[in-house]
Design a protein around this ligand. Structure first.
Ligand SMILES: Cc1cc2nc3c(=O)[nH]c(=O)nc-3n(C[C@H](O)[C@H](O)[C@H](O)COP(=O)(O)OP(=O)(O)OC[C@H]3O[C@@H](n4cnc5c(N)ncnc54)[C@H](O)[C@@H]3O)c2cc1C
Length: 402
């Protein structure tokens, strides 16, 4: 355990760790090989056990049955949960639901709380977030064509979205759509609208096949169409034209959650790498770990994971104390840095495992496929590097665009 953790974390973390070891890791070998319905039943049962253990939705306030953790404290929990691909889902703190819970709590109306927020917090339903469009560069979130036009008391939505994570099985989508095309500033043109998936005109086109892990239930990313999809204006989340500002509120903490989940993966992959290097002999008495190049990889991984973890905790603490606007530089730095560490650690762990590393007998190949996207979603590396450079160069009197 890290040396500077709060009493709350000292109390909860060992319990979470024990639960992961006793209940979650043993389920991993069944992923993808157990029949879908049966595996879903097992997930449901284990989620009940998380509730009974008093560890459910750790990111939520105490008043909502969560653990009442600060973002920095939750970051440490997220690292622990991230050690398994099942961790966050079993504790009901998985993306994109966790981000949707956050914006609903901040901006939801009483009706939206009853209809969407509480069922999400209880784990009765799932949700998705539909912003990116095939026709426009997702790296520029201000550029979109989906519209929501007022008609009587309703909005009528038309548009095309893709890479909508977890849309398959979601009860509702948070849809970014242009409501104020004439707004002077681009930032004020879009709103976020809650669209139940049962609404006529909400069309689930397909689950997109990605790096060979499509077809695995909630690991799906979907393409959607909205064709004269009509919802009441009361389904708008927050103020009209406030969609982009709300998206920003969601993305800061969301990137902390992702980064700590990635560090959890790094820690587990690193442990596997060291265990294999110490156990596997290249010739009698000569372990893989005896080779200097492997020792250097071990040193590189340990140091990179440690620095990544400290950077994320620092960004989380800054958000806790000063708000996320003040932490934009730190959030961009961790987004590309930690995604890079993740890629390098998994790659080295696979290399040390040799042929075994690319089989599905360990989790390494799964992570290698699944986590390549880390350098793309929530802003590609290049965009975040430009944000960092912009902050730095501003100090030198030069304004650059991104
Ligand atoms: C697994 C996964 C899950 C996702 N989940 C969701 C979701 O739930 N909801 C949702 O709305 N979206 C989601 N996305 C979409 C994601 O946010 C976009 O893919 C991302 O913003 C990049 O947009 P794009 O794919 O259109 O790439 P583009 O914008 O076309 O960019 C392509 C490449 O161009 C380069 N580039 C872009 N901008 C710059 C720049 N300023 N400087 C230099 N180079 C640049 C980068 O190399 C970038 O990778 C998901 C994506 C993936 C892969």
């Amino acid at each position: 355990m890290k040396s500077y953790v709060s009493q709350k974390i000292k109390d909860f973390l060992p319990r979470i760790r024990n639960f992961m070891e006793d209940e979650v890791y043993p389920m991993e070998p069944l992923m993808g090989v157990t029949e879908h319905e049966q595996f879903n039943g097992m997930l449901k049962e284990t989620r009940e056990k998380v509730k009974e253990a008093g560890l459910w939705a750790p990111h939520r306030p105490l008043s909502e049955g969560g653990l009442g953790l600060s973002l920095s404290e939750f970051a440490m929990v997220s690292e622990e949960l991230g050690r398994s691909p099942l961790g966050h889902y079993l504790f009901n703190s998985q993306a994109p639901d966790i981000g949707n819970m956050e914006i609903l709590r901040l901006y939801g109306s009483e009706e939206q709380f009853d209809r969407f927020y509480y069922p999400l917090v209880n784990g009765d339903i799932r949700s998705c977030f539909a912003m990116t469009e095939p026709e426009h560069a997702g790296s520029n979130p201000l550029w979109m064509s989906t519209t929501a036009i007022k008609d009587g008391d309703d909005y009528v939505i038309n548009g095309h979205k893709w890479f909508v994570s977890s849309a398959d099985g979601a009860a509702f989508a948070v849809v970014m759509a242009i409501t104020n095309p004439a707004a002077e500033k681009n930032h004020h043109r879009a709103s976020q609208i809650l669209v139940p998936v049962s609404t006529p005109g909400y069309i689930h086109v397909r689950r997109i096949r990605i790096m060979g892990y499509a077809g695995r239930g909630y690991f799906s990313h979907s393409e959607l169409r909205f064709e004269d999809c009509r919802v009441p204006q009361s389904n708008r989340l927050g103020p009209e034209g406030g969609g982009f500002a709300i998206a920003q509120e969601r993305l800061g903490p969301g990137r902390i959650h992702h980064c700590m989940r990635w560090i959890g993966i790094c820690e587990r992959a690193f442990e596997m790498m060291c265990a294999r290097a110490v156990q596997r002999e290249l010739s009698p008495g000569q372990k893989i770990a005896h080779r200097q190049v492997i020792q250097h990889w071990i040193a590189d991984c340990r140091t990179e994971i440690h620095s990544a973890s400290l950077m994320v905790l620092d960004a989380a603490a800054k958000i806790d104390h000063l708000g996320q606007r003040e932490a934009r530089l730190e959030v961009s730095m961790i987004k590309f840095y930690v995604a890079g560490v993740l890629e390098r650690v998994i790659d080295r762990a696979i290399q040390v495992h040799g042929g075994l590393g690319v089989t599905d007998d360990t989790l390494l190949a799964y992570w290698y496929r699944h986590e390549r996207a880390a350098r793309i979603y929530d802003g590609p590396d290049e965009v975040h590097k430009s944000v960092v450079a912009r902050h730095v160069l501003r100090e030198y009197g030069l304004e650059i665009s991104i």
